[in-house]
Design a protein around this ligand. Sequence first.
Ligand code: ZN
Length: 238
Amino acid sequence: MVAPQFHHLAGRVWICPGDPDPEAVQAGVAVVVDERGSVMIDAGQSPAHAREIQVALAAAGLPQPRWLVYTHHHWDHVWGACAWPGVEIVGHEAAVPLLRAEAARPWSHHYLDEQVRANPRLGPSFRARARAVDSWEDFAVLPPTRTFTDADVLPVGVGLRHVGGRHAPDSTVVLVPDSGVMVLGDCFYPPPAHLRRPEDGLDLGLVRRLLDDDYHWYVSSHAEPMTAEQARSAVEDA
Ligand SMILES: [Zn+2]
């Protein structure tokens, strides 16, 4: 895989795509640049990935963030958090008990192997975690410390809106109205593989409800960003 790199999307939003190989389970991240403190959207899948993102930020001449927003609590969006120094972590209130429970698990390569043996449906996710984390010494799962119920607006004009849905109960979309960008995270994806039923698919009805004439870009975590036209035609074809 190639080293992560930031690309300018629109206004003050830059995106850093994840690894396109689905087996890597690596979510992309975005940053909203602001002199008063930037907002990082998702943490990277591991401390090593977070450090690569920090190198990419510096290479693009972008400031390090002051806030770290979780689009939801899944590992590939939050496991890098412990490698972001000095940020306030922002997430939906439902993420707190979920991530406290995750933080209490005895993560190690041995534990991941054991869990896959007990439940083979965890295999793709847990094997990707084993590949992503080389050392557990400096690893911690961090719950958000700034939470909200329905919506929040950070001091730099970045909005957060809880949408929930079948993929994760805490799914949140991030709104950057001045840049016309809406970050969807994974909110319209089916549930994680080990919880998925055959009939589960993309929740395009949720995307349809989120479409807004003031937003030109719709960014999901594991695909190319969609323009408003592309998003509209995706939900119309459904
Ligand atoms: Zn997810």
